[in-house]
Design a protein around this ligand. Structure first.
Ligand code: MEV
Length: 312
């Protein structure tokens, strides 16, 4: 997504995201629903003596250090996928999306970098191409990504995503944007490890896991319908159920469960972990500014960072 263009500078952005339904299940070709959020990563590129990456994003403490190796690997993959040889450029990453687990920080940066490269080198990449390059970059962070994060980061809006050949990507339209609260456990999580853990447990216990996966598949079709007819009470029940399924496959943690309960106790319309889990972030549906503020301030009072934004 291009923001502006100068003779010697290119600046582009990628959206952060929340997954509203079916993270993890989406890795196994079960549909999922994600939404871009109002916060973005912005990348600019300038000429330099050699390839340099400057990361000025605000972070959950420890995030950048933990991800440094993955970020380098990701950048190499992006440059290769863009078909560029040894570029002498300085890439600066910033924007109001916090570098934190669960809100698509890695995908947003991959999209922003791919888009800025297209601009700087006049490559004229389409959004589809930027999404494909960002997907290659995402592999540097978590091995076998489903592609949902880079898709939401590229296109924005509310997205129905099913991994496959090709992926199914559909824009969902809802009556009006809905307020949400995102709350950060402060724990930096490694998505590739959490995804690998699910795979291991699934292989050890296929009976139990197949049943949960079938439930997740049924649930997401109901969720799509509920969003499209704007039945937020139904969305509430399904989000809560989705969190239970994620607990059952072992990707929640006590901090996420605490935040989910706190949001619900304060009237949230459904709350669940979002993204890889095992730390990272929780999302709560809080239609109306008043409810959003009530839930957000209750969580802040407990010492957690929150984002107030909308979906749809
Ligand atoms: C991470 O944001 C979402 C996961 O489903 C992994 C993926 O889809 O690649 C956990």
């Amino acid at each position: 997504m291009m923001i502006s263009k100068g003779d010697y500078m290119a600046e582009s952005s990628g959206f952060g995201k929340v997954i509203l339904f079916n993270e993890h299940f989406v890795v196994y070709n079960i549909p999922a629903i994600a939404s871009a959020i109002g916060m973005k990563t912005v990348t600019s590129i300038e000429p330099a003596d050699k390839l340099t990456l400057i990361d000025n994003r605000k972070e959950t403490p420890g995030y950048k250090k933990e991800k440094m190796g993955q970020q380098k690997n990701s950048l190499k993959r992006i440059i290769h996928a863009a078909g560029i040889d040894n570029p002498n450029i300085k890439i600066i990453i910033e924007g109001d999306l916090i570098a934190s687990s669960g809100i698509g920080a890695s995908a947003a940066s991959c999209v922003a970098i791919a888009s800025a490269l297209s601009d700087y080198f006049n490559l004229g990449f389409s959004d589809k191409k930027i999404n494909e390059i960002a997907y290659e970059g995402e592999k540097g962070y978590h091995g076998t990504p489903s592609g949902i994060d880079n898709t939401a980061a590229t296109y924005g809006g509310l997205v129905w995503f099913k991994k496959g050949k090709p992926n199914v990507i559909e824009r969902l339209n809802i009556q009006s944007p809905v307020e949400i609260v995102i709350a950060n456990t402060g724990i930096v999580a490694d998505t590739s490890k959490v995804v690998a853990g699910v795979r291991e447990r699934k292989e050890k216990n296929p009976g139990k896991y197949n049943k949960i996966f079938n439930d997740a598949e049924k649930l997401v079709y109901d969720a799509r319908k509920a969003l499209e007819v704007f039945d937020l009470k139904r969305v509430r029940a399904l989000m809560n159920e989705n969190h239970s399924l994620l607990q059952e496959i072992g990707v929640s943690c006590k901090e996420l469960d605490f935040l989910v309960k706190l949001a619900k106790d304060n009237g949230a319309y459904g709350a669940k972990l979002t993204g890889g889990g095992a730390g990272g972030n929780m999302v709560a549906l809080t239609p109306t500014k008043h409810l959003q503020e009530k839930v957000a301030s209750a969580i802040e009072k407990e010492g957690f960072e929150v984002l107030r934004t909308t979906i749809g």
